[in-house]
Write a protein that binds this ligand. Structure first.
Ligand code: MG
Ligand code: MG
Length: 632
């Protein structure tokens, strides 16, 4: 598979873009004319720079408003084209994209357009270049790849081929399987982009909201399966116009792009196994696997700050269950929830503490095959994390996740009791006098990040694991908007919360903790009312929810008075959907903004109480600000 990306996708000057694109592992670039014009380099210099990065120019674009024009526009269009062909020779590229015309004078007529392309093909041949025709979904007469193909077919010229763009096909809901009838050798180039399903003007949607395959809601896999079926073996190129990407970090955007292409071609290969010989595919990756459950989370902290954290865990019903054989790490346990508290003053965990303060530095995921999950993650460009294991310690593969934290991959086949016994001298879970508070495990993990990192991390999870994502929801904070995206992969549930405004709870958290990290951990309970009572007895500082919430909630769901009174007494919030019921309660936020949540899911409720979030956030802000104190 030859991979390519349009220079317009990545932010920065041309040299910055090229460095980022090359570092991400692409083979080539589509050079967007404006990026060339805006630079100070001659065409020959640009060509040399591109080649010096080990890249090739796969496409020169765009050439607009060419076909079906009356004179004198027609002659001028040909003169323009000839100048671009000369420029392409200097740049060192042989393919130009001609997008379907939006010119007010364009007359239409398939045969007229075909004749124009036949003549353009002759001109291109003289310059040793080729042209590809792309149907813009807002084109004046041609806005469907089937019509563009008919023009190319009738032009019947070896220098003239078709360019397909997943956005233009899928945005118009054209069945991508119509591509299967096109000969692969007549397709000169394939551009890929996804987009969120937002109803809006096609041109505006395309210019501002495209994103990487897998980041949006379009069936890019279905599109690419059809392309692969034609036998097309040319470049696969990302052409993404996205306001966030244009302002984002070039290397991060470029790496996400390469990751998205690898994941896309991996899913094509799985869906079309018969095409493996013809389709341009990457080396095979292990299949994406769901996570069985979160085995533990680890906090990075210090001897000075650990007591407050451990006191919070104790009031939440956790008991100290062991200590690491060689490191200053203690194990706190309740039901199936394991929490490690690491006060080490060297190594990765400590540097995490130095960056973020007391924070979750590691999440351990139980997967069916840790070696396979690690190989897949590596194939998808995840950064490995390796600290040399101390003598007697087990070697467990790990990758870097959100905010530089670690995702450790534990193997289901491994002797788990053994791991705890070897590393922690912890006895297997044994009956204890401490009944805890009825917490049974980890339900979900809330990671807070800048809004413009959200797509990146949702792609990370959905590409590596067998994961699904819920539609993004907007959560109103008193001081701005927070976006929330839930992702689940079997027993791993994460909510990604993206802050756009600095004064939102999430925004303050990012500032205070110097970047993305875990802001809350939600534990599960089978009887949240009993848990609430046990927590109260232990002195757990529960978040006080406003009284108006309960009156409204009762009216919304028509719940019995007694139940609502019980919830209000325990400060439990409620949600339901057609599949089940959901109860949740929160701790008071720590000074650094971190908090615990406890949830009970009944039936098959799959959400996170998003409708409660504005009231919870308002309550947390009240709790974080002493009464009478002005807002910071
Ligand atoms: Mg395009
Ligand atoms: Mg939550």
């Amino acid at each position: 598979m030859k991979t390519s990306i349009a220079t317009v996708t990545v932010s920065g000057t041309l040299p910055t873009k090229l460095a980022a694109i090359a570092a991400a592992g692409f083979d080539g670039i589509e050079i967007f004319e404006q990026d060339f014009l805006a630079s100070d380099f001659t065409p020959a210099e640009v060509g040399r720079m591109v080649r010096d990065h080990g890249l090739q120019i796969t496409l020169f674009q765009p050439f607009r408003d060419f076909e079906a024009l009356p004179e004198p526009h027609r002659s001028r269009a040909f003169a323009r084209a000839e100048r671009k062909f000369e420029l392409m020779n200097q740049l060192g590229t042989d393919l130009m994209l001609v997008c379907s015309s939006v010119h007010p004078a364009a007359m239409g007529g398939i045969d007229r357009m075909a004749q124009d392309f036949r003549d353009l093909g002759d001109l291109a041949a003289k310059h040793g270049v080729r042209v590809g025709y792309e149907a813009l979904c807002w084109g004046r007469h041609v806005f469907d790849h089937r019509d563009a193909w008919e023009v190319v077919r009738r032009a019947d010229h070896p220098q003239v081929g078709l360019i397909l763009d997943s956005f233009h096909t899928l945005a118009r809901r054209i069945d991508p399987d119509t591509i299967r009838a096109i000969p692969g050798d007549r397709i000169f180039f394939v551009q890929l982009a996804d987009a969120p399903a937002i109803p809006m003007d096609l041109l505006y949607w395309s210019r501002h909201f495209r994103n990487m395959p897998g980041e949006g809601d379009l069936d890019v896999t279905g599109f690419m399966r059809a392309v692969a079926a034609t036998g097309y073996d040319g470049p696969l190129s990302l052409e993404i116009f996205n306001d966030q990407f244009r302002a984002g970090l070039p290397r991060m955007v470029a790496q996400d792009g390469h990751r998205s292409l690898i994941a896309l071609m991996d899913s094509v290969r799985r869906a079309e196994p018969a095409l493996t010989s013809a389709a341009p595919i990457p080396a095979s990756l292990p299949a994406p696997a769901p996570v069985s459950h979160v085995e533990f989370i680890e906090f990075a902290t210090t001897p000075a700050e650990a007591p407050a954290l451990e006191a919070l865990l104790a009031t939440a019903g956790f008991a100290r269950a062991g200590a690491h054989v060689s490191k200053p790490v203690t194990l706190w346990r309740q039901g199936g929830a394991n929490v490690l508290v690491n006060t080490g003053e060297a190594g990765f965990t400590h540097s995490t503490y130095l960056t973020h303060g007391t924070t979750v530095s590691e999440i351990a995921l139980m997967v069916p095959d840790a070696a396979a999950a690690f190989a897949r993650a590596r194939g998808l460009l995840a950064q490995p994390h390796g600290e040399e294991p101390a003598a007697g310690e087990l070697r467990i593969p790990a990758i870097r996740g959100v905010g530089g934290s670690v995702l450790r991959l534990l193997d289901e086949g491994a002797d788990l009791a053994g791991i705890w016994q070897v590393d922690f001298a912890a006895s297997p879970p044994e009956p204890t006098d401490d009944p805890g508070a009825g917490i049974t495990g980890i339900d979900h993990i809330g990671q807070t990040m800048a809004y413009d990192e959200m797509l990146s991390w949702s792609l990370f999870y959905t590409a590596i694991f067998d994961a699904q994502k819920a539609p993004m929801v907007d959560v109103a904070d008193p001081d701005g908007l927070v976006r929330s995206q839930a992702i689940w992969a079997g027993g791993l549930r994460v909510t990604l919360n993206g802050a756009e405004a600095r004064h939102t709870l999430a925004g303050r958290f990012i500032e205070d903790s110097f970047g993305a990290s875990v802001q809350h951990v939600a534990f599960s309970s089978r009887d949240i009312f009993a848990t609430a009572e046990a927590l109260a007895a232990r002195g757990f500082a529960v978040l006080r929810i406003g009284v108006n919430y309960y009156a409204d909630m009762q009216a919304r769901f028509g719940l019995p008075d007694a139940l609502v009174r019980r919830m209000q007494t325990a400060q439990i919030m409620y949600d339901e959907d057609e599949r089940g019921q959901f109860f949740q309660l929160y701790s008071q936020p720590r000074e650094d903004g971190f908090f615990f949540e406890i949830v009970q899911r009944d039936g098959d409720y799959q959400g996170y109480g998003a409708s409660n979030a504005p009231f919870r956030i308002a309550a947390q802000k009240r709790a974080a600000r002493p009464v009478g104190m002005p807002r910071r």
